[in-house]
Design a protein around this ligand. Structure first.
Ligand SMILES: Cc1ncc(COP(=O)(O)O)c(C=O)c1O
Length: 411
């Protein structure tokens, strides 16, 4: 026992020499040091994660911009100019993004706010399930008919309303419907699609995107050679994007089928000339009210067979159209109808550069002023033309006006 006590005493002495007992202050100091070190490491890790996130976000954003066909012909940062941006900012008047209506909708406050409960609109089908367009929200159809009746820009009697993911999906759907024969003949020639230049720059891309065997883009309707009884599709945009002209079909043959894109036939863009009564008419809330992000368009179609095929296309393409968006669009249209009183303006300016030094590249001329426009080349016209969107926020438009007022070269 005495020996063991001796040994442990010795061990204790040795231990005390190596690690003398800590005083309370020393212990507190070492605890604080540990806390500081752990905090520093945590802060470093957080900074690293943040840095990585920002790096990936910026690159992803760039990637998205590069993938967008509207952006590929520009090298500058093409995102919309910020509402409070600095005087030197790039003014992006390339797309027709209708942000100019924001102040109007801000003022409308609660009237245009929509609340959708978690259990609402869960089914693929709408209450109008038994109808031809089985995914159409009845409240949306009702407000479409009501607004057309108040504005007097289209006849809606005896035509179903077909809702689409923007009128872009309806353009795809109508190309399909007008070119697919009911018998489904496999060897038919692709149907040519034409529109008089300058035409909306998306038509060629929409027509040729899938390299369909049913139809193909055939360019300017004014120079199109009709081939006897061979069918073709003419798309008529009125008022026209980009030049705002009031248009009729330029081809007049039994074999041709016409689609009327009336996206801008609203009194805020052009004087009303009575209700349109065409066989196929396309409209969109993107331009009617400025809600491009809601992605809702509608078609009024006389022929039941064409309407059925359009619905089939949307069924195969997206199994219907967001109910939430339709409900929101219905409320927006209702607010417009309830307080119908809108200002007069135009959606786009179609400009020509006459000066010899810039007429070969009018778009480049504006770009040198940090103003992004879309060249006439994209509309089947020459590079001396540009389309300038007038749908942007007032702040950006004022920047644009300031810059051109101090330059020369426009005809
Ligand atoms: C003439 C025309 N048609 C159709 C569209 C597409 O509209 P949406 O947003 O409904 O797809 C646009 C959009 O700029 C347009 O200018």
């Amino acid at each position: 026992m005495a020996r063991r006590r001796n040994v442990s005493m010795k061990e204790r002495e040795r231990f005390d020499r190596v690690a003398p007992p800590q005083q309370p202050e020393q212990r507190r100091l070492s605890v604080s040091l540990t806390v500081i070190c752990v905090t520093a490491v945590l802060l470093l890790l957080t900074a690293l994660v943040l840095f990585l996130f920002l790096f990936l976000f910026v690159n992803y954003h760039d990637l998205l911009l590069n993938l967008n066909p509207h952006h590929s012909h520009n090298e500058l940062d093409l995102s919309s100019t910020s509402p409070t941006g600095d005087k030197d900012a790039v003014v992006n008047l390339d797309h027709g993004d209708p942000t100019m209506f924001e102040p109007f909708w801000k003022e409308s406050g609660q009237k245009s706010t929509v609340v959708i409960s978690g259990w609402h609109s869960m089914s693929y089908f709408s209450a109008a399930g038994a109808q031809l367009c089985w995914f159409l929200e009845p409240s949306f159809a009702k407000e479409v008919r009501r607004l057309h009746a108040i504005v007097g820009n289209a006849i809606t009697d005896n035509r179903p309303v077909i809702v689409g993911v923007g009128s872009t999906q309806l353009i795809h759907a109508v190309f399909f419907a007008l070119s697919s024969s009911s018998s489904g003949e496999p060897n038919q020639q692709p149907v040519p699609i034409v529109s008089a230049a300058p035409y909306y720059s998306m038509y060629p891309g929409i027509a040729d995107l899938l390299k369909s065997r049913l139809f193909h883009w055939a360019g300017d309707a004014s120079t199109f050679k009709e081939g006897g009884n061979s069918s073709f599709i003419e798309i008529v945009c009125s008022p026209n994007n980009p030049d705002g002209a009031i248009r009729r079909a330029v081809l007049d043959s039994e074999a041709g089928k016409q689609v009327h894109d009336l996206a801008y036939y609203w009194p805020q863009y052009t004087p009303m000339r009575g209700p349109a009564d065409e066989d196929i008419m396309l409209f969109t809330v993107s331009k009617a009210t400025g809600h491009a992000g809601t992605r809702i368009g509608w078609a009024l179609v006389k022929d039941a067979d064409v309407a059925r095929k359009m619905v089939k296309f949307i069924e195969m393409n997206s199994i219907g159209v967001s109910k939430d968006s339709q409900i929101r669009a219905a409320r927006i249209l209702q607010v417009v109808s309830d307080g119908y009183d809108l200002p007069d303006s135009k959606a786009f300016a179609w400009l020509r550069c006459d000066d010899e030094s810039i007429k070969d590249d009018c778009e480049g001329f504006f770009k040198s002023m940090k103003v992004l426009t879309r060249s006439g080349k994209h509309f089947g016209a020459g590079p001396e033309y540009v389309r300038i969107s007038m749908l942007d926020r007032a702040h950006n438009f004022n920047l644009f006006v300031e810059r051109i007022s101090s330059s020369r070269g426009l005809g």
